[in-house]
Design a protein around this ligand. Structure first.
Ligand code: IMP
Length: 186
């Protein structure tokens, strides 16, 4: 097994990455180093900036990820502010903003940055389209999982196992791409 450091404080993300990358020969090791999340318009900028910041303090190959939920009827809100919004108005606040709104389309985006010492980070992106449910359902996963139903499913991420969620999710798709990059780099 090849060790792969994942710079994150989010155990849910580590669990998902572990399930996805273990069969491909990678053992994911969480490193909660912390890094500032720059205020930017795109997740790619947040991830690339974070990777460059961590590179200066951590002399091993690593990956980190930034994700967000973009809701159609709210012109992409909360998007790059998903974390802040989750900890402020939360799921109830989002459901309130969408009360009576017919268009419930949303997309989750995930951006991974993979970084080797002294090299420019490699960026991969995954997306998952779906709808925002009318109420919270399920208590698996984290963040917005209980209110997001991916296209092709009849239940929220919050009602899925990690393996099930990975089959649909933005992070699962980004990790598929990252696995190809990692194979090519070997
Ligand atoms: P960050 O990538 O940790 O900055 O995530 C931004 C926000 O989006 C956090 O509040 C997460 O809880 C939320 N989020 C990111 N990915 C997911 C997911 O797969 N499911 C539910 N919420 C997510």
């Amino acid at each position: 097994m090849k060790k792969l450091f994942f710079i994150t404080s989010n155990k849910g993300k580590v669990h998902e990455a572990t399930e996805k990358l273990r069969p491909l020969g990678f053992s994911v090791v969480q490193k909660d180093l912390g890094y500032p999340e720059v205020q930017a318009d795109f997740l790619e900028e947040v991830a690339a900036w974070g990777a460059t910041h961590v590179q200066g303090r951590f002399n091993h190959p690593f990956m980190l990820e930034d994700a967000g939920l973009f809701i159609d009827a709210l012109q992409g809100f909360p998007g790059v502010y998903s974390k802040y919004v989750f900890f402020t108005i939360g799921l109830e606040g989002i459901l309130r903003l969408l009360r009576g709104v017919e268009n419930r389309k949303a997309v989750f985006r995930s951006v991974y940055a993979y970084s080797k010492p002294g090299k420019k980070p490699i960026i991969v992106i995954g997306e998952c389209t779906g709808v925002i449910s009318t109420e919270k359902q399920g208590n698996h996963g984290f963040g917005y999982d209980p209110i997001f139903i991916p296209v092709g499913a009849q239940k929220t991420f919050g009602e899925m196992t990690v393996v099930e969620k990975n089959q649909y999710s933005h992070r699962g798709k980004a990790l598929d791409k990252l696995a190809i990059v990692l194979k090519d780099l070997q």
